[in-house]
Write a protein that binds this ligand. Structure first.
Ligand code: ZN
Length: 327
């Protein structure tokens, strides 16, 4: 990552904190104007603070403990009074952060020290990759999922299975929801979506991405050709290592349109390394979607990739009429 990217992100977080503080101050001033008793309480609380530092200096233990207990009970009473006033006014006097987890600092304190918040990790990814990849995610949600767009008539001759496209898509929806629920579970398989274009593969992967983002994980969505091109471009601008690191470590990587890239031996190696490295990392999951059938995948890719896919991915076959014509 280049320093200017960090600077941009740092400024963004600073702006967020400033605006949270500014709004909080405004809200506070308004509340204090409506009820001046709040300002009096604050003054008294500040005074108690001074008195308690003085109390700490008293040498006689019994007097000190008595005084401390007295100050503590006064403080509790004042805090309670303030809370009651705010409740009656129906005001919540806390700053409103974009990310409550890190209060827009980008870092959280854990038992082992300070660590980067998932919101900051995602920001870095958004800056490092074309942001437009994530824009469509917002509108693709399970609430907008409509299985009625799929025919409820089984067509064994056409699709080779006895269930209808509608039953099939509902089953895949369930598989996707289980995938989200078990996202942290290392035994949960990855997902491979296969089927002709326009039958909901990208939509469903976006729905999953949305939910995984909400759970506080990082997500990267790329089409296979763009993903591989970005790796080769990164070699020319010294970003190779950070690009690879992002692809290895992002919690959920969605590789869309596998099979549309111009596959060369070098690209194949990169693709294999990404898939394989991620399979070895218990903190990552991958969704691959392709217009190719398993038979075509077997023809286009060598056994090493195919065996990884078959062994570690839940294979979901999408079928039905192109739903893009129906929306
Ligand atoms: Zn955060």
């Amino acid at each position: 990552m280049f320093p200017e990217v960090y600077k941009t992100i740092e400024r963004k977080y600073e702006d967020r904190r400033n605006s949270a503080t500014y709004e909080y101050q405004l809200k506070k001033e308004e509340a204090y104007q409506r009820n001046p008793r709040l300002a009096e309480i604050d003054k008294k609380i500040a005074l108690l603070g001074i008195q308690s530092s003085k109390a700490a200096l008293i040498s006689d233990d019994a007097t000190k403990e008595n005084l401390k207990a007295d100050l503590k009970s006064k403080l509790t009473a004042l805090k309670l009074e303030k809370e009651n006033i705010l409740n009656t006014m129906q005001i919540c006097l806390t700053p409103h952060y974009v990310c409550e987890k890190c209060q827009d600092t980008g870092y959280i304190t854990t038992t082992t020290g300070s660590e980067m918040c998932s919101c900051l990790k995602q920001e870095i990814l958004n800056e490092a990759y074309n942001k437009s990849n994530l824009y469509r995610l917002k509108s693709d949600t399970f609430d907008n999922f409509n299985s009625e767009l799929f025919s409820n008539e089984p067509d064994v001759e056409k699709y080779g299975v006895a269930i209808s496209p509608k039953q099939n898509i509902e089953k895949i929806k369930e598989i996707s929801q289980t995938f989200i629920e078990n996202f942290e579970n290392p035994n949960q398989k990855n997902l491979l979506f296969t089927g002709t274009p326009g039958i909901g593969k990208t939509f469903l992967s976006s729905c999953i991405a949305n939910e995984v983002l909400k759970k506080g994980y990082t997500v990267l969505y790329q089409t296979s050709p763009l993903l591989l091109d970005s790796i080769f471009e990164s070699k020319f601008n010294n970003k190779y290592n950070s690009t690879k690191e992002n692809l290895f470590q992002v919690n959920l990587l969605i590789i869309d349109d596998l099979g549309t890239e111009n596959l060369t031996a070098a690209k194949f190696t990169e693709l294999f390394t990404i898939i394989n490295t991620r399979l070895l990392n218990p903190n990552t999951k991958t969704i691959i979607s392709t217009n190719l059938s398993l038979e075509d995948l077997a023809k286009n890719y060598d056994d090493r990739i195919l065996s990884r896919l078959i062994g570690n991915f839940h294979i979901c076959k999408f079928f039905g009429e192109d739903i893009r014509l129906k929306t």
